[in-house]
Design a protein around this ligand. Structure first.
Ligand code: ZN
Length: 89
């Protein structure tokens, strides 16, 4: 599915796979200063909250970050928003 992030110009792809959620951050940090700042923002939020995650992709295609899916009863958008310090709609 696609989601919108407040203040980010393009929608992002979100996939749920095997209890994990994968969020399209942007292109990789080498693409442009905007992508680099998105990657830094997401990484900082996850590290600060000590949330296990991994980045994959990039290198000419979209860079995704994967983390655990929401606990039961928690909305996927809220879960991502809290984990990544963004407002997901
Ligand atoms: Zn870019």
């Amino acid at each position: 599915m696609r989601v919108n992030v407040a203040g980010w110009s393009n929608s992002r792809e979100v996939r749920v796979e095997g209890g994990k959620v994968q969020f399209e951050v942007g292109m990789d940090h080498n693409h442009c200063s905007t992508c680099a700042s998105r990657v830094r923002h997401v990484e900082h939020a996850l590290v600060q909250k000590d949330i296990p995650h991994r980045f994959f992709g990039g290198g000419g295609s979209a860079l995704f970050v994967e983390l655990d899916g929401p606990p039961q009863g928690v909305d996927l958008r809220d879960h991502l928003g809290r984990a990544l310090n963004v407002a997901v709609r």
